[in-house]
Ligand binder design. Structure first.
Ligand SMILES: Cc1cc2nc3c(=O)[nH]c(=O)nc-3n(C[C@H](O)[C@H](O)[C@H](O)COP(=O)(O)O)c2cc1C
Length: 303
């Protein structure tokens, strides 16, 4: 019997599998279609301080491989989220993490505090948002990212993760600065910028023109980020995320240096996909003759 439990900094997870933010609703809805007990944690859709309406349709577009989304983080705001979702969290068969978004570091901190009060087990800071205090998205700027993590860290007692962007020029610099600011783990990575145009109507396939590209095709990019960050910051716990569809993908991320691995877009195709993934992870652990899957973290062999 393979032991699937893993440690992610201060968090102990019963499985390395994490349901990625924005692909598992508020988690509550997925209790009917997925076996939540197969996940070590599930991240609820990002929440802001005030309600965000999101972008007008079209907001999602399938591509040859994977999908584009430009939803604009539609959410009801932390107040409504806490009263609607908070009371339902204890009944779920999985630890739920919250995801905070904001346009200033103080806003992030207030949302994180609200998520903690609502009962989430950890908060992931979604740094892929416009920074109203600076020039670009937080996730592209090491000091802006650190300011957000520092503000969140000071406002909550639960573990804090920073979700980084593959669009960052130097992912290691961002990871180092959020770790120095007190992040307990990093999630690598969010979607990568992409676009598509309908050649007949000549219109972009997303109302916002440019959106987030996800699915199998981004796996090599996110995996490269995990390798780079683990190589330079071997003690920083990592959740690998991007293009996971199989147990083989999960083991690749573990070998690259991740301690846990998130499933995202694959949930839209098959909400119950964690079952086959979990089965294959255990099979590969047996193949490698390890008693715990956590023993595979960072164990990529050199040529
Ligand atoms: C429709 C959709 C909505 C998403 N919403 C969020 C979100 O609100 N917050 C967040 O941090 N990431 C969000 N993500 C990004 C995913 O959590 C994940 O990082 C990304 O999709 C890469 O993983 P994948 O290739 O397995 O989907 C979203 C992704 C998709 C496809």
């Amino acid at each position: 019997m393979v032991d699937l439990s893993v440690d992610l900094g201060p968090l102990s997870l019963t499985s390395p599998l994490v349901a990625a933010c924005g692909t598992f609703g508020s988690v509550v809805e997925f209790a009917r279609v997925a076996d939540l007990s197969l996940y070590g944690a599930a991240v609820a859709k990002s929440v802001s301080e005030e309600p965000w309406e999101g972008r007008p349709p079209p907001r999602v577009a399938p591509t040859e491989v994977g999908m584009l989304n430009g939803i604009g983080i539609q959410n009801p705001g932390i107040h409504a989220w806490s009263s609607e979702i908070g009371p339902r969290l204890p009944g779920l068969d999985v630890p739920v993490w919250g995801s905070a978004v904001g346009t200033t570091s103080d806003e992030f901190a207030r949302v994180a505090k609200g998520l903690e009060s609502a009962g989430v087990g950890a908060v992931e800071v979604n740094l892929s948002c416009p920074n109203l205090e600076g020039e670009s998205m937080f996730a592209l700027d090491p000091s802006a990212s650190a300011r957000v993590v520092d503000a969140v860290r000071s406002s909550v007692g639960i573990p804090v993760g920073a979700k980084l962007s593959p669009n960052a020029e130097d992912i290691v610099a961002i990871a180092r600065s959020v770790a120095d600011a007190g992040a307990d783990f990093v999630t690598l990575t969010n979607t990568i910028w992409g676009a598509a145009i309908d050649p007949e109507t000549r219109r972009p396939r997303l109302s916002g023109v440019i959106g987030g590209y996800s699915g199998s095709a981004i796996k090599p990019i996110a995996l490269r980020c995990v390798i780079e960050v683990h190589r330079e910051l071997p003690h920083l716990p990592i959740v690998g995320c991007g293009g996971v569809r199989t147990g083989d993908d999960v083991v690749e991320y573990l070998l690259a240096g991740a301690s846990a691995v998130a499933i995202g877009t694959a949930h839209f195709e098959h909400p119950g996909i964690a079952k086959s993934i979990s089965h294959r992870v255990a099979e590969l652990a047996r193949h490698h003759e390890v008693a715990r899957v956590s023993e595979l973290t960072g164990m990529m062999e050199p040529w």
